[in-house]
Design a protein around this ligand. Structure first.
Ligand SMILES: *[C@@H]1O[C@H](CO)[C@@H](O)[C@H](O)[C@H]1NC(C)=O
Ligand SMILES: *[C@@H]1O[C@H](CO)[C@@H](O)[C@H](O)[C@H]1NC(C)=O
Ligand SMILES: *[C@@H]1O[C@H](CO)[C@@H](O)[C@H](O)[C@H]1NC(C)=O
Length: 293
């Protein structure tokens, strides 16, 4: 049994060891998730292949993963609230439990019919966030399911939509930026009313005559290290050989870089890294370092 601290002390060793024990699973919602709130407004359907959240005036709803993960490549397909979704927020994120928590966020801010959703993203490490980036999407996220992915390995976090990277947060501990890597996280999702801020900064309110609002989830797929009783599934020596571990050291290839630039140029609507008014003392260190890889 290797101790988990190997992950921190030697990525190479972890990669070698992990080759035989990665957990890869294409999900069944009954097996992988708990419905955590909403009193029946969250539902698992079709023998575990579909999950829906709903929101009405009385309550929203939510779920989280049974497992805690420490690193993973996690895909989920979402179909967002359609029609007039103004005021609603669908959040899909990883989060640890500690008071100085780590968190990796997708939040989808609804809008009036025909007006664009905003994809709001943030990364917290040791309780500190303030790293918002926001995007429009290049498709209607309510017309069909699309894949939202989180790659989280010891070197980087990459958020992708249908395989197109929209954001990368590199491990820059070398220049003093804390990186989420010593706390396990669960996958969470919820649908709730946030009409005090979500749509046009709170100007457009939720139209309750359109309730209930519904978001749907399918095809959960994770290649991940499961954290349980203080140990990682990626640091035990299991004889089973399954799956590929490439994600543990995956980085963006040149195609990914080009697509990221395309998204940032055409669809990014807010970037904390360019908000000099907000940071009069100087931009956060990762903002001026991101081009040095
Ligand atoms: C691990 O995370 C905690 C916050 O939850 C932090 O106080 C601590 O410094 C971290 N340790 C390392 C080695 O990064
Ligand atoms: C909603 O649509 C308006 C008008 O196009 C746009 O300014 C805004 O960014 C959109 N999204 C949200 C969440 O307000
Ligand atoms: C699950 O994701 C892995 C990569 O992370 C991929 O190789 C595999 O094809 C996916 N499986 C399904 C059922 O989508």
């Amino acid at each position: 049994m290797a101790s988990f601290s190997l992950i921190r002390s030697s990525c190479l060793l972890v990669v070698i060891m992990a080759s035989s024990l990665m957990l890869a699973f294409a999900g069944n919602f009954y097996q992988d998730f708990d419905l955590t709130w909403g009193d029946g407004r969250a539902q698992i359907l079709n023998n575990g292949e579909l999950l829906t959240l709903s929101l009405d005036k009385a309550s929203g709803s939510g779920f989280n993963s049974k497992n805690e993960y420490l690193f993973g490549k996690i895909d989920m397909q979402l179909k967002l609230v359609s029609g007039n979704s103004a005021g609603t927020v669908t959040a899909y994120y990883l989060r640890s439990e500690e008071s100085l928590w780590d968190e990796i966020d997708f939040e989808f801010l609804g809008n009036l019919s025909g007006d664009p959703y905003i994809v709001h993203t943030n990364i917290f490490s040791q309780g500190k966030g303030n790293r918002e980036q926001q995007f429009y999407l290049w498709f209607d996220p309510t017309a069909d399911f699309h894949t939202y992915s989180i790659l989280w390995n010891p070197q980087r976090i990459i958020l992708s939509v249908d395989g197109t990277p929209i954001r990368e947060f590199k491990n820059l501990e070398s220049i003093g930026v804390p990186f989420p890597k010593n706390q396990s996280m669960k996958i969470h999702s919820s649908l709730w009313n946030a009409d005090d801020w979500a749509t046009r900064g709170g100007l457009v309110k939720t139209d309750w005559t359109k309730a209930p609002f519904t978001a749907s989830y399918r095809n959960f797929n994770a290649s991940a290290c499961v954290w349980s009783s203080g140990a990682s599934s990626c640091s035990s020596t299991s004889p089973s050989t399954s799956g590929s571990n490439a994600w543990l050291s995956e980085q963006m290839d040149s195609t990914g870089q080009e697509r990221l630039q395309w998204v940032q140029k055409n669809y990014m609507i807010y970037n904390y890294c360019t908000d000099t008014k907000r940071f009069p003392q100087g931009l956060p260190p990762e903002c001026t370092a991101t081009n040095t890889s």
